[in-house]
Ligand binder design. Sequence first.
Ligand SMILES: NC(=O)c1ccc[n+]([C@@H]2O[C@H](COP(=O)([O-])OP(=O)(O)OC[C@H]3O[C@@H](n4cnc5c(N)ncnc54)[C@H](OP(=O)(O)O)[C@@H]3O)[C@@H](O)[C@H]2O)c1
Length: 325
Amino acid sequence: MAKRIQFAKTGGPEVLELVDVEPKAPGAGEVQVRNQAVGLNFIDIYFRTGLYPAPSMPSGLGTEGAGVVESVGEGVTHLKVGDRVGYAQGPLGAYAELHTLPAAKVAVLPDGIDCDTAAASMLKGLTVQYLMRQTYELKGGETILWHAAAGGVGSIACQWARALGVKLIGTVSSPEKAELAKQNGAWATIDYTKEDVVERVKELTNGEMCDVVYDSVGKDTWETSLDCLKPRALMVSFGNASGAVEGVNIGILNQKGSLFVTRPSLNGYADTRERFEAMCNDLFGMLESGKIKIDIAQRFALEEAGKAQQALASRQTTGSTILLP
Ligand SMILES: NC(=O)c1ccc[n+]([C@@H]2O[C@H](COP(=O)([O-])OP(=O)(O)OC[C@H]3O[C@@H](n4cnc5c(N)ncnc54)[C@H](OP(=O)(O)O)[C@@H]3O)[C@@H](O)[C@H]2O)c1
């Protein structure tokens, strides 16, 4: 038996329960990982609340973790028992002592990257990798707007932008978060609870506005984000922290300057083992070179998953958060 967090109905943090289960043995092409650390992500909240439907109930939760391979299924050749590994995709159920998932979604960790760091950075860092290197290939010199710049994904984005020579304007909700984003390499910050974001972007860019806006806040920031773009620039809507963007009239893209818009996901980019591994190599290189440092600002025991999610949802966290089984 092994402990895992599961939920039998959608709702608040109270629906999460710690239970003992018989873990699924790895089938063909699968591995079982004994987690040393589990990543906490906003997407976990979307599944718990029902914004994203879980495939079945009761359901496990979480898709990011790192630990040691406990057993391997038939046909798995690139992983063996005892390997230190990390993962960021696959079936829900990472909030657990043991997690079974497709081996193609699991990467061997370089010696220089410990399990806590991997669990705190794989989902968030691979997301920044595809957003900055694939959705729009930033080359250096661009000006971009990044919402929630002191959060888990945002803290990595600030550092990656600095390494690329990109001017990242980060939005935040407090002076403390502004300071953190600046330390991580944000070129400028805007407190979107007090300042007019469009006016500040205008001032900061001498009226030129941004080449790309990366918006994970969703409903509350959609229109503001469009107004921060140059003509024909790209709006990347990649999250729903304030609620989903709905009922968009496509004509708005014309009115606001022949804009482009995309709504990407990590699964849409790391969709083959080859692409996943190439993205991991890029992220691991950034971590090993020291260009990106992972700030694990919160650690919770596995059984405190509800409390951890509550902290994330109420904007109390900065950087990354991990759960410890
Ligand atoms: N599409 C993808 O592939 C993908 C992958 C990973 C993550 N994401 C998205 O990226 C975002 C960041 O994820 P994360 O796990 O790193 O979380 P996070 O940024 O650490 O936390 C979310 C942050 O969003 C901001 N926020 C703005 N409005 C909010 C509201 N109404 N309620 C709660 N927070 C609000 C808060 O920062 P302030 O206090 O500074 O406003 C909060 O700290 C999430 O939207 C997530 O869904 C998308």
